[in-house]
Design a protein. Structure first.
Length: 143
């Protein structure tokens, strides 16, 4: 098992439902460590840049509206197989496909308003973490 870092976003619906602590606890209880965190309200430009890979998808405009509708809580998580671990804890993108007990099964309203984002691969995670936490924004655990 390799120690990895991954990016997690608690999306505007998760913040509105007051789930920050609930979601961070799930990560911590699964052995993941928070190594960076910030709360922010994404601009339209930031959301468009972050989700540029989905630019041609029919849901892109709605995704940008949703992601800029309220603040988000962004974290870098670290641990063994952190990318896959985070995705297991989140559950499938569409909450109707998500395994019972996952964040999306428990809290997501729809495939669009699905409470959390997580990086899909280690390479993507590095790019996504740098997007939010450039310039020493990640704080190594020293104990
Ligand atoms: P996320 O994992 O952040 O990646 C892209 C986001 O687009 C996804 O979660 C959803 O919030 C949103 N989305 C909306 N419609 C769809 C769809 N049909 N398929 C995938 N993602 C969608």
């Amino acid at each position: 098992m390799a120690v990895e870092q991954t990016l997690s976003i608690i999306k505007p619906d998760g913040i509105q439902k007051n789930l920050i602590g609930e979601i961070v606890s799930r990560f911590e209880n699964a052995g993941l460590e928070v190594v960076a965190a910030r709360m922010m309200h994404l601009s339209k430009e930031q959301a468009q840049e972050f989700y540029v890979v989905h630019k041609e998808r029919p849901f892109f405009d709605d995704l940008i509206k949703y992601m800029t509708s309220g603040p988000v809580f962004v974290q870098a998580l670290q641990g063994d197989d952190a990318v896959a671990r985070n995705r297991e804890i989140m559950g499938a993108t569409d909450p109707s496909d998500a395994d019972p007990g996952t964040i999306r099964a428990d809290h997501a309203a729809s495939i669009e308003e699905n409470v959390v984002h997580g990086s899909d691969a280690a390479e993507t995670a590095a790019v996504e973490i740098a997007f939010f936490f450039a310039d020493n924004g990640v704080c190594p655990r020293t104990r």
